[in-house]
Design a protein. Sequence first.
Length: 146
Amino acid sequence: MKTINKIGTLLLCLSIAFLVWSCAEADEEFVHSSNVIKNISCQATQGGSQFVGVIHEYDKDGNLVEAPFTQEDVEGGYGLVLFAVSKSLSDEVDLTNVYLTAGLEYDQMITPSLSGKHDISGEGMTIEVKSGVGTVRYYRLRGYYE
């Protein structure tokens, strides 16, 4: 009976050690170095009309980079997102009080959070997008009536 308990304890310890060892690090294929936004939109009310932001990507020298581009092309640069809202909707869409939604890779983080309402009027707001490997890119979000 003691032998069975010792074998059981040994197998349990080996199983736990294997589980801890196998979960130690994420696979390279699941870690993204991208810190660019795929898409972003704003809306005055949840479920209301969306206004898609036009994303302009700049490289580290301040030059506009046209799509398609790679992460290396824009590394060290910044982004500018412009939301054009029709002037006829200025009574219904208050740019000082909009909801924002962005499309990201699953391991990217945005600071400050896009939850709640935001002011994108005038100079707008700046957000930080952090990749899965910790690289950071800044975006200025601005809305205007055209």
